[in-house]
Design a binder for this molecule. Structure first.
Ligand code: AMP
Ligand code: GLY
Length: 426
């Protein structure tokens, strides 16, 4: 099969690394990819939302299977766009339709869906400019903290947790009257604050059946012990201690099964990854959010723990044959640690030479690239998150130590990484 992965991050390098190991993969392309994915296949210089150029690339390289990594092209409708081309009738595509991608693309849509199918989640209401005054009243009556969310995609920045009513009123005003998040903030969801352990559960669905993938927990804050600004994710662990059989069963019965029922009831076309952002409160799972794709850096620990051939799994997903498949999981613990550019998630400089990549090798570790590019045989930083080093171990301490050790052999100007990934489980 000729396979095209869309995306440029650590998630896509990980998918490329796994897919390239498959005997079913003839040629692998990544658009646009990074210096790491270039070692697994051929990078194509195409932006993830340039549907026309992606279509041309599919024709030129006779692509049989497309795997869409990030949310942006999914929410913009890449799956429907490709499916509408007659020549692509037989092409397999991993990702939800544009309407189904609303589960991530619109928080109001997702909350409505959760309510309709009795999926446990925080109590909420949605407001727009027309109902501004009702929103003000709602905030004034609400317990603290209060969570305000821009409805649409806001590059991970659209959620504000407010510790006072004054702060919440000011944020509400910024979102609705001053377009703080542009069109994404034209509708605002206000919801109850959930307390507990945050973790993520992933599954692949073919629209009818599903297979559960290994779970993960990511570390979103820039600073040690979860302090400082939110980032895309500075590290992740899998499995998550405490995610036992009883909790898994609750997630399946209370969240996954009703989600599938909802997809079918509403005829939402969905053949792809579902990422459940959960809060575990007193042993019970609550949905924070749906994502219609894999997480990054969660992919860097989830995918290496899957023993099956990934292409077979993806083919079964696209052909609606997931009922015939069993996922085999590596029992060991995987920890990934992200190396970021100095200053990230604020302003940072890219284009820094990365040294030590070749010398850095520890058994049971893999260096995934995120924001990197190659020029004349040398690798340079290109983004905020630059590398994600995944290691296996018998426990979190062991695996994290390997990744930290390996990152100490690598260097680029301003490089920063958290040395405490998995700290609360140590
Ligand atoms: P989201 O953009 O929906 O992923 O939200 C970003 C982060 O805000 C989540 O990962 C949580 O840490 C936090 N968050 C969102 N909603 C809630 C909530 N209702 N209660 C507590 N924390 C939340
Ligand atoms: N690491 C969080 C995400 O991918 O959304």
């Amino acid at each position: 099969m000729n396979i095209l992965i869309i995306g440029a991050g650590g998630r896509e390098h990980t998918l490329a690394w796994k897919i390239a190991q498959s005997p079913l993969c003839t040629s692998l392309f990544i658009a646009p990819g990074n210096a790491g994915s270039a070692q697994c296949g051929t990078n194509l210089p195409i932006a993830v939302t340039d549907f026309e150029k992606i279509t041309q690339a599919c024709l030129q390289h006779k692509i049989d299977l497309v795997v869409v990594g990030p949310e942006d092209p999914l929410v913009k409708g890449i799956v429907d766009y490709l499916k509408a081309q007659k020549t692509f009738e037989k092409m397999l595509i991993i990702g939800p339709s544009q309407t189904a991608a609303q589960l991530e693309g619109s928080k109001a849509f997702a909350k409505r869906f959760m309510m309709d199918y009795n999926i446990p989640t925080a109590a909420f209401r949605k407001f727009s400019i027309e109902t501004y005054d009702d929103g003000v009243e709602y905030i004034k009556q609400h317990s603290l903290p209060i969570v305000l969310k821009a409805d649409g995609l806001a590059a991970g920045k659209g959620v504000v947790i407010c510790q006072s009513q004054v702060e919440a009123l000011a944020e509400f005003d910024l979102m609705l009257h001053r377009s703080k998040f542009g069109d994404a903030g034209k509708t605002v969801v206000i919801e109850e604050f959930l307390e507990g352990l945050e973790m993520s559960v992933f599954f692949l669905t073919d629209g009818k059946n599903y297979v559960l993938l290994p779970e993960a927990k990511d570390y979103k804050r820039i600073g040690q012990k979860d302090t400082g600004l939110n980032t895309g994710g500075m590290g992740a662990v899998s499995p998550v201690p405490g995610f036992d059989a009883a909790l898994k069963e609750k997630v399946i019965k209370q969240i996954i099964e009703p989600t599938l029922k909802g997809l079918q009831n509403e005829k939402l076309e969905y053949k792809g990854f579902v990422f459940l952002g959960l809060m575990i409160s007193q042993g019970n799972p609550y949905m924070i959010e749906y994502n219609c794709r894999m997480g990054d850096p969660e992919t860097e620990v989830v995918i290496p723990r899957i023993k099956n051939d990934l292409v077979s799994i993806l083919m079964a997903t696209a052909k609606q044959e997931l009922d015939k498949l069993q996922i085999e999981t590596d029992e060991r613990t995987a920890v990934t640690v992200v190396a970021a550019s100095g200053g990230y998630p604020g302003n940072f400089e890219a284009g820094k030479l990365i040294e030590g990549l070749k010398d850095a090798f520890v058994n049971d570790s893999i260096i995934f690239h995120a924001g990197t590019e190659e020029k004349n045989g040398k690798v340079f930083s290109r983004g905020g998150r630059v590398l994600a080093v995944t290691s296996f171990g018998n426990n979190i301490v062991d695996a994290a130590e390997h990744s930290n050790y390996l990152l100490e052999q690598v260097n680029f100007e301003g490089m920063y990484f958290r040395k405490d990934i998995g700290y609360e489980f140590k």
